[in-house]
Design a protein around this ligand. Sequence first.
Ligand code: ZN
Length: 555
Amino acid sequence: MRLRALVLLALAPLAARAQSALPRTHTPQPTTAAITPADLKTRLYIIADDSMMGRQAGAEGNLLVTAYIAAEAKKMGLTPAGDSGTYFQWIPLVRRTYVAETVLLADATALSTPAYWLPLGARGSPRPVDGARVIFGGNAGDSSTWISADQADGRVVVLAPAREGVTPLASPFVRAGSRFSGAAAVALADLDHYTPARLRAATRPSMALRGGASPGSITPQGLVVTRMAAAIMLHRSLDSVHAGDTGAVMHGTITIHETPLPARNVVAVLPGSDPRLRGEYVAMGAHSDHIGIRDGAVDHDSLRAYNTAVWELRGRTPGTPSPTAAQLAAIHVNVDSLHRAHPARMDSINNGADDDGSGTVGLLEIAQAAAARKPHPKRSLLFVWHTGEELGLLGSRWFTEHPTVPRDSIVAQLNMDMIGRGDAADIKGGGPRYLELVGSFRLSKELGATAERVNKSLPQPFVFDYTFDAAGHPENIYCRSDHAMYARYGIPVVFFTTGLHQDYHQVTDEPQYIDYMHMAAVARYVYDLGVVIADQAKAPVVDHPKPDPMAPCKQ
Ligand SMILES: [Zn+2]
């Protein structure tokens, strides 16, 4: 983050927010069966502490937090429902690195790394390129120039770079749902413009499920190539090629080394009290992982002041375009004034208090309340704290492909991700009763209606915001958290969140900025809804056709 010159702007609201923040440490108190702000606070300050090192899947911090969750589940008397009678379901997470020097042939012309091309780290399992024909796909910056998905299938799609400096990394073009997601490879002809920082980012090892472990995560191989390599592959220069023109056949293998990393979901069951219904499950979920430790420390207050100003520019409205370079240049943060209040506080640990510390501790409180309820709800409750969400929904992908209860016995899944913010300073329309619902009517109108009915029965109902459920909404929220992995199998879902904010995926997502009253209200409501679904005579009726579980998610 570059800090700019010293002019006062946006400091009045900042000062107010700084004063309203809670202390940065909190002494844990014993928790009670009820879902309370105090219990949530105790739990969140434990798991969003620096000692959890950002909870990244595959790293020590995520093992620590999953150990904490499992120990709590045991104290509550929940039944272990992971591997081999434990609370843990291990997932085959690997770190991927590419073999440094590789040669591919375009027809008979040898193209070697790193002079002509580089492979991009991938989340999924990239397809082989051997035997695939090259096709020109259009300009990366202008989708109106692109070839169709059918033309791209099985091919090595070469894309011309957008205007210099604005071409994104090639990775968006290889993701599920992109026009080119059926291609063998997508090659962005932008390597000549790559800065050293960009090269480092592009070739950083990636994290994924072991190759071939998950049929749903097959992707095109991402490549960046030079203009020269593109011309060799296409048999003509980028200046004279037209979308749909074909070129060489590629030969060779891009070899990936996979190093296993330890990562685990936590899975626990509260058995239902009705012998006829306890074979059915209401699943409730959150994700235990976050994004770990960033490269290089930044000053907390300066970063927060800058990000708050950027967020204000966007009207606190997710989905709005990023501010322009000129607007960003107009943001000035008075660092001296901030540092009169505190000395610089350098931080590199993404504590993820809201994302998804909030859902994780909310789910613990729900489980504790349900376990203490006598009698238990009629259907069984299935609690899953997913790992690897931040790496591309890997834990929920693995769980739904290898469920530890029969998949068809899961009657609904309620997912919580970021339920601890949502005030008026965080998001447009926010307030103490603000709650976003996503997906609730998509597979079962009955489930969507039940979510509304239970809300209306509250003394102070939430004001539901369905904005982010809209088909095609640019924030893509429906596809961005673990519920999507259940929905692809036709399991009706409701996703609950208090929304995005300026601390999203920043070191400033800290427990002192959480609204514990709001979070407790959300968790109580999700608990109420879960119990209503568990107790109703019939499971929610699925009135939409079952999706293809291997098809890309559609917002
Ligand atoms: Zn999240």
